[in-house]
Design a protein around this ligand. Structure first.
Ligand code: NAG
Ligand code: NAG
Length: 242
């Protein structure tokens, strides 16, 4: 009895029972090898199938999450843009005029704007018709230099009136700069004796190559803006960077 009691402890551990005929197989013993293999194929198949289904579900969930994130991002971009339009607009609009891209040619052509008749400096149109600005800001009646350089600056004024009262005509292109309090005249033209009878017209055109610094701005004054014809083809002001 003492021997019987000792043996099972040893043999049951490695699963080969019945070397000792007196010890019954334990209740918890694994099923026989044949039965076990049959069950395994079925189980493995089921597990594989389950895994595939889980994988597919996980993929779907991930896809949904990704789409939702994308949608959120687009919404945020639209909101940043003030809901004004496509994202491309935002990128162009966000451009800080003090740092234009290198390949952008700085140029502007401003045309007469009659709403300002009677006041100086002249107000210009920077968008309608032939007018445009590229890489430079038109602000408070002037062009704001965003990058130091050498500029070709030009301006034409078409003066006309039905009355010849022989006042001198003046056409001045000047700049404002932080370094001086006074405005500095860049180009000026003066006309006397330009009319003899009633109903007259005359042009003043000036152009020059001028060195301008960042932060400076340029404007046009005339002696009497009520004598100016503001048609876009007759009165204009512009520049381009060399
Ligand atoms: C550009 O950015 C500078 C500072 O980085 C700022 O002082 C300036 O006002 C900006 N200019 C424009 C036109 O937004
Ligand atoms: C331009 O006109 C304005 C308004 O009359 C005047 O204050 C300013 O001194 C003028 N500037 C120049 C350079 O003539």
């Amino acid at each position: 009895m003492q021997q019987n009691y000792l043996y099972p402890q040893v043999f049951m551990v490695d699963g080969s029972q019945n070397l000792n005929p007196y010890v019954p197989p334990p209740a918890w013993a694994l099923p026989t090898l044949k039965k076990k293999r049959k069950l395994d194929w079925r189980t493995v198949g089921t597990i594989l199938l389950l895994n595939l289904v889980l994988l597919a579900l996980a993929g779907l969930a991930l896809g949904t999450v990704y789409l939702l994130e994308l949608q959120k991002e687009i919404q945020e971009m639209k909101q940043d843009n003030g809901g004004k339009g496509p994202v491309a607009h935002k990128i162009i609009g966000a451009q800080n005029f003090t740092q234009p891209p290198k390949d952008l040619r700085i140029a502007a052509h401003l045309t007469g704007d009659s709403i300002t008749a009677g006041s100086n400096p002249l107000v210009w149109d920077d968008q309608k018709g032939h007018a445009f600005t590229s890489g430079i800001l038109y602000k408070d009646r002037g062009l704001v230099i965003n990058k130091a350089g050498i500029f070709f600056v030009y301006s034409k004024i078409y003066f006309r009136s039905y009355v010849c009262d022989r006042k001198n005509l003046e056409h001045i292109v000047f700049k404002r700069t932080d370094r001086y309090r006074k405005e500095l005249i860049l180009m000026e033209a003066k006309k006397t004796n330009y009319c003899s009878g009633n109903g007259w017209a005359t042009n003043s055109y000036q152009a020059g190559i001028i060195h301008l610094l960042k932060g400076e701005s340029i404007y046009v004054n005339v002696s009497d803006s009520r004598l100016v014809d503001f048609a876009e083809s007759k009165t204009f002001f512009g520049l381009y960077k060399l």
